[in-house]
Design a protein around this ligand. Structure first.
Ligand code: TYM
Length: 334
């Protein structure tokens, strides 16, 4: 059976506690895809050092992010769940793909432009070549599908371009992957400035919902969410970003279509929208918070699963590296 299943790979940076945006844009899909695909999910710790990290904090966040993935329903018995830096093939492939990728392509990456403006004192080469490492993460496992939020689409498109270029130059080597981006939830917006993406690095904590926020905090942050003065609950992200964002969060958390969600709130006010959205979010987060707290007390289990995940991932990655070395001509010691 294994050979007919397609492969899915995705990753998340351990740069703070994860947000509801991470969950709705990515993790929810990861959990749903586990049985239909050979699934690989990783904590992208090498990506996170493109901005400066405090080593002790990073070390803790890697374990916490790993625990949070499991708490979100990513099951290490059904998926390969691992930490990127524990699989050295990622950096090996990355160098080779660096030699396939054009500087002009990397210059067009909007995330590089945003991040270099935000961290103007540390525009390092890693920040620039970050999409090449991400392409290598995906290509290493011959992934067919990459479930991500909308902000990562450009990186997956670059991955397709460099994979195709490599295949054309050296013969069929890589599967050319497709992004998988959900119709609703792919871009959850800030609760305070709904024209901006919800991000864990936002200086205003009322702008984001963390997966670890307690139930009262969720209610309080959603009550304070910015809406508008029209008083009508309708989905119109261009002109009514605040209300549309709440409607999106509600519909995805309540597993309801956008059409049904709008009907549900017909004639109701923003107070009801905020309260019911908070209830729907809390229903999703309750089991996650509980399982996360439990997992954090079981460090031995987490390290065992990490080790197992890294070994399984490495076994697949090694095959690709061997093949790539051979194709490129780096195998003279055969
Ligand atoms: P990262 O860590 O920024 O985010 C992890 C996932 O969460 C999604 N996401 C959102 N979705 C909806 N609304 C939001 N507000 C929101 N914020 C974040 C992201 O789109 C992403 O899917 N480069 C990647 C990590 C990575 C990766 C990979 C992903 C490394 N290697 C290989 C896929 C394949 C990143 O920084 O994601």
């Amino acid at each position: 059976m294994e050979s007919v299943r397609k492969t899915v790979l995705s990753g998340i940076q351990p740069s703070g506690v994860l947000t509801l945006g991470n969950y709705l844009g990515a993790l929810k899909q990861w959990a749903q895809m586990q049985d239909d695909y050979l699934s690989l999910y990783m904590v992208a710790d090498l990506h996170s050092i493109t901005v400066r990290q405090e080593p002790a904090v990073l070390r803790r966040r890697i374990s916490e992010t790993y625990a949070l993935l499991l708490a979100c329903g990513i099951d290490p018995d059904r998926s390969i769940v691992f930490v990127q830096s524990q699989v050295p093939e990622h950096t090996q492939l990355s160098w080779i793909m660096n030699c396939i990728t054009y500087v002009g392509e990397l210059n067009r990456m909007t995330q590089f432009k945003d991040k270099s403006a935000k961290h103007a004192d540390n525009v390092n080469a890693g920040l620039f070549t970050y999409p090449v490492l991400m392409a290598s993460d995906i290509l290493l496992y011959q992934a067919h599908c990459v479930p991500v939020g909308a902000d990562q689409k450009q990186h997956v498109e670059l991955t397709r371009d460099v994979a195709t270029r490599f295949n054309n130059a050296y013969g069929e080597t890589f599967v050319v992957p497709e992004p998988y981006i959900p119709k609703f939830g792919a871009r959850i917006m800030s609760l305070q400035e709904p024209e901006k993406k919800m991000s864990k690095s936002d200086p205003n904590p009322n702008a984001f919902l963390l997966l670890t926020d307690d139930a009262d905090t969720v209610v309080r942050k959603l009550r304070r969410a910015v809406t508008d003065c029209e008083g009508v609950i309708a989905y119109d992200p261009e002109n009514r970003p605040g209300v549309s964002n709440l409607l999106t969060i509600y519909s995805v958390c309540a597993n309801m279509s956008m059409e049904d969600a709008q009907k549900h709130f017909d004639g109701l006010g923003y107070g009801a929208l905020k309260q019911e959205t908070a209830d729907a979010v809390n229903a999703v987060l309750d089991p996650i918070r509980e399982e996360y707290a439990r997992l954090l007390t079981d460090k031995a289990y987490l390290s065992e699963r990490m080790k197992d995940g890294a070994e399984k991932a490495s076994a697949i990655a090694r095959k690709t590296i061997r093949k790539v070395y051979r194709k490129v001509g780096l195998d003279c010691m055969r």
